[in-house]
Design a protein around this ligand. Structure first.
Ligand SMILES: O=C(O)c1cc(=O)[nH]c(=O)n1[C@@H]1O[C@H](COP(=O)(O)O)[C@@H](O)[C@H]1O
Length: 228
């Protein structure tokens, strides 16, 4: 159950991130490191976490011409991380799959950001509903070779219905009951997300900004135990 919660290390410094990892101890098994930390020693932190046996998710949200993504991902495989985000574009996903070669890095396609609601989708001139856009982008990404999808757990049931049990479906926008949504729009509780078919949950502020991050994580595990 613990490997179903990926704690987002969206912190200001690597020292703060290391302190949180130390505080969570054996309770924390999977971590996401984003570009906020990349120029501040984030890649070295990622390597250390891999060496300590943690699951490491590099959140780079790549979107570029295919050949550039391919070369970038080839470099990123040197970290030894397990998961990497690329936006759900055919060329970008194919480039990423080529670049990861025979490493164990799994490519996750970002479908529609969980901070987007229908109004945000429409503001981009897109006429699809949010679930239709998630499905359209998921189909493109999986056809292009992605190992999994990033979406809201609100869409997990339709994604499972369409694509079956194989693709990883990793869901941010997770909010335990009573916690602030912040800038997230398509939110789901941890237990609902797993019940909806999510493979793993990305959770940041409900853990990192809690008075007791370890207590918050333990409480999330307790909530998930109830769904097992
Ligand atoms: O790719 C992601 O991880 C991601 C995709 C998405 O659609 N929504 C989303 O919130 N995320 C990331 O998931 C984390 C969510 O953090 P909290 O909102 O603090 O739980 C952040 O690091 C976001 O960058």
């Amino acid at each position: 159950m613990k490997d179903k919660v990926i704690t987002a290390l969206d912190l200001t410094t690597v020292e703060e991130a290391e302190a949180l990892v130390a505080l969570l101890g054996d309770e924390g098994v999977a971590y996401k490191i984003g570009y906020q930390l990349f120029p501040l020693g984030g890649y070295a932190l990622a390597r250390r976490l891999v060496e300590r046996g943690k699951q490491v998710f590099i959140d780079a949200k790549l979107l570029d011409i295919g050949s550039t993504v391919e070369k970038g991902v080839r470099s990123l495989t040197k970290i030894g991380a397990h998961l990497l985000t690329v936006h759900a574009d055919g060329d970008a996903i194919r480039g990423a799959v080529e670049g990861r070669g025979d490493s164990h890095l799994k490519i996750l396609a970002v479908t529609v950001l969980t901070s987007w609601d229908q109004e945000a989708v429409t503001s981009h001139g897109i006429t699809d509903s949010v679930p239709d856009l998630v499905l359209r982008r998921a189909e493109l990404a999986l056809k292009s070779g992605a190992d999994g999808l990033i979406a809201s757990a609100q869409e997990a049931p339709v994604l499972r219905e369409r694509f079956g049990s194989e693709p990883l479906i990793i869901t941010p926008g997770i909010r335990p009951a009573g916690s602030a949504a912040g800038d997230q729009k398509r939110i789901v509780t941890p237990s609902e997300a797993i019940a909806n078919g999510a493979s793993a949950l990305v959770i940041g502020r409900p853990i990192t900004a809690a008075e007791s991050p370890r207590g918050a994580l333990t409480k999330i595990y307790e909530e998930l135990e109830g769904t097992a």
